[in-house]
Design a binder for this molecule. Structure first.
Ligand code: NAD
Ligand code: UDP
Length: 309
């Protein structure tokens, strides 16, 4: 098949492309390199089945493909809050144009939505039926509300134009290739510990997240794309940890003497987050296989190898 991956030079997109290329597909990687890098896809640049398109999804484009994985959007709060209006445009205009493309050529379209549609949840763990608790005017809204509109667009293109959609709600994902300056908690703690700097815990560290290793996540995305279930479906690892527990794991793995420093909790930071993955288990026969300790060890090795270059 000929498959378009928007945001393909980013963290999750590049791992997805590795799997698609290994399966023998023709892959078009579309990216504006805001948080993505050529380094992530360099192994494919000379491959005749691979094509790199530098393009911003906030502009229309015509391409002929069978499937679209729509991942283009910065995912770390640091990056998506740097230019919030652009983040909204990326989610709204970008998703609109990619759905338009899918409609024109009859391609199947998968949206990478997010657990952030649940906001700071008052239901725990979060099932797909939970409608969420997002502050529409807060600093995270450009991303959270952007993704909520993206989901709405996908479902309206499905109902009105019969576009064959899939919607994944991705929970915190980590692994090799996260940028050193990504700004998310796993990469921050690993880079800080490797550089002998204190680990920056925001708030008192009692807030929780559930961390999914990237290969598990990519498997879930591919099962969703190639199955019959439309979604939305949660994809994440139900193993839930406080940020302090995560800091301790990374201290143990890299430097038991690494200090912790406490910094203010960002506004609207969700207090707890854990996916209910009953639907993914039932409809996709999917669940994560890599426990946090093992995934962290593989991620730390990747950061170490980059440090040595
Ligand atoms: P990432 O920042 O590494 O990748 C995003 C990619 O999109 C980058 O390559 C970036 O350059 C590209 N991009 C951004 N804006 C663009 C634009 N306007 N036009 C073209 N390309 C653009 O992030 P990621 O972690 O790989 O996330 C991929 C997708 O998964 C995103 O849509 C994100 O919202 C979603 N997601 C990720 C997580 C996670 O924990 N990693 C959780 C929930 C949802
Ligand atoms: N966090 C932290 N130190 C950091 C970066 C993040 O304590 O250096 C916290 C952050 O406040 C949040 C959690 O870790 O409670 C996860 O943050 P991240 O930005 O990785 O993802 P998100 O908040 O979008 O789930």
């Amino acid at each position: 098949m000929r498959i378009l991956v928007t945001g393909g030079a980013g963290f999750i997109g590049s791992h997805l492309i590795d799997r698609l290329m290994a399966q023998g597909h023709e892959v078009l990687c579309l990216d504006n390199f805001y948080t993505g890098t050529k380094r992530n896809i360099i192994q494919w640049l000379d491959n005749p089945n691979f094509e790199l398109i530098r393009h911003d999804v906030t502009e229309p484009i015509r391409l002929e493909v069978d499937q679209v994985y729509h991942l283009a959007c910065p995912a770390s709060p640091v990056h998506y809050q740097f230019n919030p209006v652009k983040t909204i445009k990326t989610n709204v205009m970008g998703t609109l144009y990619m759905l338009g493309l899918a409609k024109r050529v009859g391609a199947r379209f998968l949206l990478a939505s997010t657990s952030e549609v649940y906001g700071d949840p008052d239901v725990h763990p979060q099932p797909e039926s939970y409608r969420g608790n997002v502050n529409t005017i807060g600093p995270r809204a450009c991303y959270d509300e952007g993704k909520r509109v993206a989901e709405t667009l996908a479902f309206e293109y499905y109902r009105e134009h019969k576009v064959d959609i899939r919607v994944a709600r991705i929970f915190n994902t980590y692994g090799p290739r996260m940028l050193e300056n990504d700004g998310r908690v796993v990469s921050n703690f690993i880079v800080q510990a490797l550089q002998g700097k204190p680990l920056t815990v925001f708030g008192d560290g009692s807030q929780t997240r559930s961390f999914c290793y990237v290969s598990d996540l990519v498997e879930g995305l591919m099962r969703l794309m190639n199955g019959d279930y439309i979604g939305p479906v949660n994809l994440g690892n139900p193993g839930e940890y406080t940020i302090l527990q995560l800091a301790e794991k990374i201290q143990t793995a890299i430097n038991p003497d690494a200090e912790l420093i406490y910094q203010p909790l960002p506004e609207d930071d969700p207090k707890q987050r854990q996916p209910d993955i009953t639907l993914a288990k039932n409809y996709l026969n999917w669940q994560p296989t890599i426990p946090l300790d093992q995934g962290l060890a593989m991620t730390i090795e990747d950061f170490k190898s980059r440090h040595q270059e």
